[in-house]
Design a protein around this ligand. Sequence first.
Ligand code: ARG
Length: 575
Amino acid sequence: MDYALDRFTREVTAAIVATGRVPLDLVELTTPKAAIAADLAFPAFKAAKTLGLAPPQLAAELAATIQLPADGLIGAVEAVGPFLNFRLHAERLATHVLTNIMAQGDDYAAQQLGAGKTVVVDYSAPNIAKRMHVGHIRSTIIGQALVNIYRALGYRVIGDNHLGDWGKQFGVVLAAVEREGKPTAEGETALEQLEAQYARYVAAASDDPELDEHARHWSLRLEQGDSEARALWQWCVDLTMTAAQRNYDRLGVKIDHAYGESFYEPMLADMIQQALDAGVAFRDEGGAVVVEHLQKLPTFLLQRSDGGTLYMTRDMATVVFRLQEFQPHAIIYVVGEPQSLHLRQLFALIRAMGYAKDVGLTHVAFGTIFDAKGQPLSTRRGNMVYLEALLDDAVARARSVVEQKSPELPEAEKLAVAEAVGVGAVVYNDLYQDPKRNITLDWERMLATEGNSATYLQYSHARCSSILRRANEDGAGGPGGDLTLLIHPAEQRLLKQLARLPEVLREGAERYAPFVIADWCYATAREFGVFFEQCPVLKAESPALRGARLVLVAATANALRRGLGLLGIRAPERM
Ligand code: ARG
């Protein structure tokens, strides 16, 4: 799809090059500041220098000789000091942007940039027999947004849920279940019971060496593939994944694979040997396999002296497996900031072993979640939040917003809208700013109908839908008309904003930053607000203008829905 602003940029570049004065590699374009009446500028400094001219002189010369393509998107060109400023052709912009959006519908802004390239995204990664806590919540939400963004750019995206389903602690999990019986509840409550059983077992074992020994025995049985141990472990995995799936469904999360740490167990001996052979690791007197002096990183282990392997060992095998299985161009880890060192060590190790030469290994680190009082969530503080409960809480609060705003909706629709608004509030709160920053659970702000919140964006979308519904009902004509009539400044600003989504999508991917899309959604909703205030739609001066404005409204709804969809947020038709 040839998007309006991409085409505009191409036309500007070609027109400058066609003057014969500036070679292609010196054509660097910039976006002028908002106060300047131009859409793209060519700062003539560099080119002027190589030609031995003063920049304003070159700009003036170019302005005088440049040929604009007929029927193109360039409306005007003008030299302003050292800049050559280009303006979009208002009527053609309107036609081009709206035709793009209407033609593409839910795929608006999709591109082929990533065609033929594969990206693996490692996200969510809850631990078996435990509830998903803030780290997993953020990873799940940010990870899925990145998956959506890269897919829209044409990449083959492989999502992998690196479940924490292996390690010594599973001996305790199994022993505890054996001791107290399987929990009878389901979902997050069942997992909470498992966590409690685990804690009681650890407490009891602290003054009962027999219990300790018994847990170790279970751990050994599991590692050796004993069928009873394996079955009990599988039961824990299934229980956890069933609970996780409920949350995933609500969040619109779909992860292609869930190999999990256990999957790599059979590969670990070979991996350790490879690290030894490569001279990256050595075996110390105690028998442990150690990695030391790797790019000044702190020392770490690949194998304990008792032969046990570690999180790191499994992560190392995971990279190698992914390289072979998927031939990715990049692997993106969406993991909390506290694991930064772990991942730096992992990436350094992998590279020192000669793997992943042309493969990007990126850690998208995220901060923590604070409660409304500004305290970080923690189990010890007793203010911990778990995913299912968080979503339920959000939806219950959203329900009262719906009750207030649209008491007339039928009950089933109220439920659906509350779900979309509540879940949307949680998701947006995570995505509206840089992942590195901490986020705060401030319900007032999260569910506000004004300001930068999902609710406000959903509300703007619903407002568009409502205008279109009313247009349908009043019999005075639907979308259509003459799109070249959309030259009011507020219309033009909204059109340009809609036109930006394709480049915003690229920027979001480049920066691993869903917030770039969130910012776009917010700016779009605001521009729509201005347009709606200044330009009557249903009561437009002429039927042709009414039709054109309705197309603009429909395109705005479409584009907003798309932007929100990339973030994993639903946009109800009514609120
Ligand atoms: N399960 C881990 C945790 O809860 C996160 C795994 C992240 N991914 C990875 N490849 N290490 O801390």
